[in-house]
Design a binder for this molecule. Structure first.
Ligand SMILES: [Zn+2]
Length: 89
């Protein structure tokens, strides 16, 4: 007579999602700060995902290249001498 041996059941633990590492929070904070103060490319409208200036692109932690190019184009048009200093000349 043969007996069937059943392996002991292993407890399978489903661990809760681990909290994001500190670098994740730091990146989120950096993007939020840039967005809030419309720094850099966040000062421009995004022609790719059509978000207005001051909003994050719909791609998380990314700024679309067209938005960056729009920012660079505006920087190229900006004079180094501020307008008030130029008036004083
Ligand atoms: Zn975008």
């Amino acid at each position: 007579m043969s007996t069937i041996t059943v392996p002991p059941m292993r407890a399978t633990w489903i661990s809760p999602p681990s909290p994001p590492p500190p670098v994740e929070a730091a990146l989120d904070a950096a993007y939020e700060t840039h967005r809030r103060f419309r720094h850099g490319a966040f000062a421009e409208y995004c022609p790719t995902c059509h978000v207005p200036a001051g909003e994050l692109c719909l791609a998380r932690r990314s700024v679309h290249s067209a938005r960056r190019q729009a920012h660079r184009a505006r920087l190229a048009q900006t004079e180094l001498v501020p307008l008030l200093a130029a008036v004083a000349r």
